[in-house]
Design a protein around this ligand. Structure first.
Ligand SMILES: [Zn+2]
Length: 253
């Protein structure tokens, strides 16, 4: 069995494009994807979506978000655990959760995988525990400081040791953001995460206010330069990639 890659949508954000730092204007709904890597050596995730507690409209953090004019929605069928169950993967079998960065829509599901090792860039993890940096970038410990085993990596990291999944540092959105290149039965994908929200941002280079625009431009240029003829870029929150014809399957065919 070679590596298999699945893409799952774990909720949506709703708000103005400008308010969420997306390209374009007006109200938009954007997906919150995460990824399942089924490798002969074990199951890993790349990110893990929104916190399952957000299924509840009155969840305290969801309320706090609404106060900033962004709502998040999450149905019981969209939680990370439910997606894995549909794939017939026991969540307890998830050995590693590779984290692109510490925003709650990427680490929110960590609570559902207490036995997994978190794989993260050292500088992102350290940023999460630096009061000033964490405040600036909105890295909230309640979503990630949960007692997991943590593997801190510096730069590129070959997840399974066979080149099938390689962490690529793509700093700028947050101090230690990383992307993941996956060569699987589904082809060659660069899971860009929030180094670029959607394909239009790859052109407009409109980034969120808090991010380091210079570093983001450098990181995005580097990621785009890695493309080969058949490489598919999977962006962080791109509605066009998760509509009727999702860029990656969420189920076994
Ligand atoms: Zn995000």
């Amino acid at each position: 069995m070679t590596l298999r890659l699945f893409g799952c949508v774990c909720g949506q954000f709703h708000g103005s494009a400008e308010g969420m730092g997306m390209a374009g204007t007006g109200p938009v709904s954007v997906p919150v994807p995460f990824y399942v890597l089924e490798h002969p050596d074990g199951v890993a995730l790349f990110d893990c979506g929104l916190p399952a507690g957000m299924v509840d409209y009155d969840d305290s953090y969801r309320q706090a978000l609404r106060a900033t004019d962004i709502d998040a929605s999450l149905t019981p069928e969209e939680t990370a655990t439910r997606h894995l169950e549909r794939l017939d993967i026991d969540p307890a079998r998830v050995r590693q959760v590779v984290v692109s960065h510490l925003h709650f829509d990427h680490v929110g599901g960590l609570r559902e995988f207490p036995n997994a090792e978190v794989v993260i860039q050292r500088r992102e993890w350290e940023a999460g525990f630096d009061r000033e940096t964490a405040g600036h970038y909105g890295l909230r410990k309640r979503f990630f400081d949960l007692g997991h085993a943590v593997r801190l990596v510096d730069g590129e990291h070959d997840l399974f040791g066979d080149g099938s999944a390689v962490c690529l540092p793509s700093y700028g959105h947050t101090p230690g953001h990383q992307s993941l290149r996956v060569r699987s039965a589904q082809g060659d994908h660069i899971l860009v995460a929030d180094a670029c929200y959607n394909c239009r941002v790859a052109e407009t280079r409109s980034f969120p206010d808090y991010s380091d625009a210079e570093a983001m431009n450098r990181s995005l240029d580097a990621l785009l330069a890695l493309r080969e003829a058949a490489t598919v870029m999977v962006y962080g929150h791109d509605p066009d990639q998760w509509g009727e014809r999702p860029v990656l399957p969420a189920a076994r065919s």
